[in-house]
Design a binder for this molecule. Sequence first.
Ligand code: PAF
Length: 277
Amino acid sequence: MQARSEGLRRQGKTIVFVPTMGFLHAGHAALLQEGRALGDDLVLSIFVNPTQFGPTEDFEAYPRDMERDLALAAQAGVDAVFTPDRSELYGNDYETYVQLEKLPQHLCGLSRPTHFRGVATVVTKLFHIVKPHIAVFGQKDYQQLAVIRRMVRDLNFDIEIRGLATVREADGLAMSSRNTYLSPAQRQRAVCLYQALTNAAEMVKNGERSAATVMAAARNLISAQAEARIDYISICHPDSLEEMENIAGPALMALAVFFGKTRLIDNMILKPEKGAG
Ligand code: PAF
């Protein structure tokens, strides 16, 4: 993979990279479509990264379908698919990790304390192997994108990071490989994440400035759904992810909700109208 990228770089080609854990859906297809337009060579990686799963999480159960993924990659015009084995990326004596200090101490990092260390580490490794000029990530994993942007800035990676809007099902549920875990009833109820976010955006647009009030409305809306268990609801600064009390400017609303064992996340930027409130 490194030799291939070196060759392309010598020819002056622009390499665009879309890292994934596979089980591709329309959200990934949108990343690939964007990536295709951004450069000469489009690389997709498929690797279910063990270091970003906690000991009680779904690493073993994470959905995998390499044959289907490769067909989708071909349809999307991908030039190379990188599918390393676990032992190729993490040998028995592996011991080096990339750890951010502050950004992981919010939102998903609170209930998944080793998650972003695993993400930052594997993305660093993939960047060194694929050697892209541009890498494309989805905004559904807002905190992941923030962590990667910060890491790229702090460690001087010569890579441009692009974030792409969340792709949603017709009813608003954010596309995720984990949606396949949901029972039909849970799937119907799972739209409450999107409803809570759009309702919050509307409240803020109409002049509500108290984060506590907006979060309480979201909590009520989600708790009304059978089986929904809230992991967190947060309104925070879009860059630092620090909690906000008053919504004076654009704010990130992020949430994580369990349906049974399935943990879903979603987010939206809340924008106060100028002059309102
Ligand atoms: O978003 C994902 O699919 C993963 O977290 C990533 C970025 C491929 C790292 O394993």
